[in-house]
Design a protein around this ligand. Structure first.
Ligand code: NAP
Length: 290
């Protein structure tokens, strides 16, 4: 029977650490760390996510704002809003909640957020830093997955990691982070042949697909570490992951539940990224002034 990784408890510890750093920042620089979320339209899930992020940031002693634009907002309006935030000195971290309502294209706005304020690590400059093994802002969910594996004491060096899903938000960055930690990484996607056969070889399995219970527990290698990023609502509204939890926990060594696994870590790492950005910008500014 697998050990269940308590994402809520680990996230609470990270958030307490972040709150300490946010207080130290405020004392040192005379202002709080500033996080701004931009939300467009009325997607109910986005509204809940942004509310949660803002609340968590306030609890950590940061300044948090939500900028809400109507669903009918034009690309020009959205870009103008981001330009203003890019220029504000009290704003350290900007996040644009995705998905954007149609017909807005996320790419121009992702490209416009200043890389040194890009708290989600989605700007091509930050994606490039990750791909080339350099420091930069990294996407929160993948950072949270790595933190969970570390907290569970999973040995990554030399392990075969199978990542299912290749989005820019989760699959690709988590694969690069596992590679950086010396895993042998296989990145699977919708055209992969024999997903079951691949999963069966995984010492570390990351599922980031968005298909309820796609990965059967019988596929899981005995003793594997299973991190389930998927968040899927069933018709009865129950939230389930991409992995069939009940059967997978019979075989895995450690496994994350849904909910209560990766989800809480994403918010915790967002706060951690925001403080990182604030500190980096503040020390950069001090160095320039000196
Ligand atoms: P996405 O952009 O839709 O990407 C899904 C990926 O899964 C794609 O690469 C796709 O392959 C692959 N895929 C689809 N069907 C597949 C199949 N049958 N077999 C193998 N691969 C398949 O999704 P995402 O943004 O990465 O999110 C993935 C899941 O994580 C969603 O449930 C999302 O809600 C959840 N999520 C959770 C958190 C959190 O904080 N817990 C954060 C972010 C996302 P192709 O590239 O070939 O189409």
């Amino acid at each position: 029977m697998a050990t269940i990784l308590d994402g809520k408890a680990i996230a609470a510890r990270v958030r307490a650490e972040v709150a300490g750093r946010a207080t130290a920042f405020r004392e040192r620089y005379g202002r709080p760390v500033g996080l701004v979320a931009v939300r467009v339209g009325d997607d109910p899930a986005s509204e809940i996510y942004v509310r949660g992020k803002k609340k968590a940031a306030l609890e950590a002693g940061m300044h948090a704002e939500e900028h809400h634009l109507e669903a009918s907002a034009s690309e020009a309006e959205l870009l103008a809003r981001v330009r203003t935030l890019n220029e504000r000195d009290d704003v350290d971290a900007i996040l644009v909640q995705l998905p954007l309502p149609r017909p807005l294209d996320p790419e121009p706005v992702i490209n416009l957020v200043r890389p040194d304020k890009d708290v989600d690590g989605l700007h091509p400059v930050n994606a490039g830093f990750l791909a080339t093994g350099r420091k930069g802002s990294r996407p929160c969910t993948p950072v949270g997955c790595l933190k969970l594996l570390d907290e569970a004491g999973v040995k990554l060096e030399g392990a075969h990691a199978v990542v299912v899903g290749r989005s820019n938000l989760v699959g690709k960055p988590v694969a690069l982070m596992l590679l950086e930690r010396n895993c042998t990484v296989t990145l699977a996607h919708s055209r992969t042949r024999d997903l079951a056969g691949l999963v069966a070889q995984a010492d570390v399995l990351i599922a980031a697909v968005g298909r309820p219970r796609l990965i059967s527990g019988e596929w899981v290698k005995p003793g594997a570490a299973v991190i389930d990023v998927g968040m899927n609502r069933l018709e009865g509204k129950k939230l389930v992951g991409d992995v069939h939890f009940e059967s997978a926990q019979e075989r895995a060594g450690v496994i994350t539940p849904v909910p209560g696994g990766v989800g809480p870590m994403t918010i915790a790492m967002l706060l951690s990224n925001a403080v990182d950005l604030a500190e980096r910008r503040a020390t950069g500014a001090t160095r320039q002034a000196g």
